[in-house]
Design a protein. Structure first.
Ligand code: SF4
Length: 363
């Protein structure tokens, strides 16, 4: 079976998309800022998680100019819980760079902005400006790999041919079809029909030409080289209440930079976790603590690391001041008032006094 013809695919896909596309807030009013914001939020994150974040964000900062004037801490706080905070910081940097002239329309100019890769540039250029720019995100990758029954790993040797195939579809679409519709149709098919674990081939508009479906084994694609298992890492964290507030430290630039967290540390073993926590409080915030009780354990996976953190309630003496690890330390009565990483939210949720909802695992 030869790979399906590009023109046939486009002809089947576009009417299906027009009939079945979901009513999502960023589709109701299309402008470059809203496209960029939605695409950044949607990276690594599910649509139903993103919708309330997106709506709060645009209600507060309806355009690039208002966002450009925002304080970074406020932006991170609105992003809090979505994870991958470099996206929020880069968005703010973009807004400040282009606030006056607006976002550029070409892929190359968009890619010159902080945090905008080929996928996001293709989305903004095609959806907001109608530029014929292909894109390959996780959904498109899966759909194209299955349609053509591709034997190469799309994250390795199969990457370039996949972009070439996406480009071919755009060429086949010609001037009649909005390039943003074509990209969104492919993404929508992957998100709602050709899903990772349960593709619904009976509902699929391109099933007739699909090679993986023809082979009776869509789940065999995309083909992937085995992944490296995340490295296990151990950590400790302490919940220290002073005058009704909890002690939080603000991380410096870098991983989770600018976000707040309870005091803690990774510990490589060979040291009792309680001793590691006592040392962490002394070196990071200058407070002598004693352990009150062990509250629980939080297991959190970053891209390549699986961090198992034991959470303790502690009491201590002395005024907390920022030392080695933090740029700032505060005693916070409402932790929701500062931007927290997802990991910090999960650690705080172990402390029943705070009444925080448990956050899902993620970065
Ligand atoms: S026929 Fe099945 S495997 Fe092929 S694109 Fe459609 S849903 Fe995916």
């Amino acid at each position: 079976m030869t790979p399906p013809d590009a023109a046939d695919l486009v002809a089947a896909l576009i009417p299906w998309y027009r009939r079945h596309r979901r009513d999502l807030p960023w589709r109701r009013e299309v402008d470059p800022y809203r496209v960029l914001l939605s695409e950044l939020m949607l990276q690594q994150t599910r649509v139903d998680t993103v919708v309330p974040y997106f709506e709060r964000f645009v209600a507060r900062w309806p355009d690039l100019a208002s966002l450009a004037a925002a304080d970074e801490e406020e932006v991170l706080r609105e992003w809090s819980g979505l994870g991958y905070y470099s996206r929020a910081r880069n968005l703010l940097r973009c807004a400040r760079l282009v606030a006056e002239g607006g976002l550029p329309s070409t892929v190359s100019e968009l890619r010159a902005l902080p945090g905008i890769g080929p996928y996001t540039a293709g989305a903004v250029a095609s959806i907001a400006y109608g530029v014929s720019a292909p894109l390959v995100d996780g959904n498109v990758e899966r759909v194209l790999c299955r349609l053509d029954a591709r034997s190469e790993d799309p994250r390795g040797a199969g990457r370039a041919p996949l972009w070439a195939r996406a480009t071919e579809l755009h060429r086949a679409a010609g001037d009649e079809i909005h390039p943003g519709d074509l990209n969104q149709a492919l993404m929508e098919l992957g998100a709602t029909v050709c899903t990772p674990r349960a593709p619904s081939c009976v509902r699929c508009p391109v099933a007739a030409g699909c090679r993986a479906h023809g082979q009776g084994d869509p789940l065999a694609y995309p083909r992937r080289a085995p992944r490296r298992r995340p490295t296990p890492v151990r950590g400790v964290a302490g919940l220290l209440w002073i005058d009704g507030g909890i002690v939080l430290g603000r991380r410096p630039a870098g991983l989770l930079g600018g976000l707040w967290e309870p005091v803690g540390a990774e510990h490589p073993g060979g040291v009792e976790p309680e001793a590691a926590l006592v040392a962490a409080f002394a070196t990071q915030v200058g407070v002598e603590i004693e352990i009150v009780s062990r509250l629980g354990v939080v297991v959190h996976t970053f891209t390549h690391r699986r961090l198992t953190t034991i959470v303790y309630e502690v009491r201590g003496s002395g005024a907390p001041t920022p030392k080695a690890r933090y740029t700032e330390v505060r005693i916070v009565s409402d932790p929701e008032s500062v931007p927290l990483s997802t990991l910090a939210r999960r650690i705080l949720a172990v402390g029943p006094q705070l009444g925080l909802p448990l956050a899902a695992e993620g970065s």
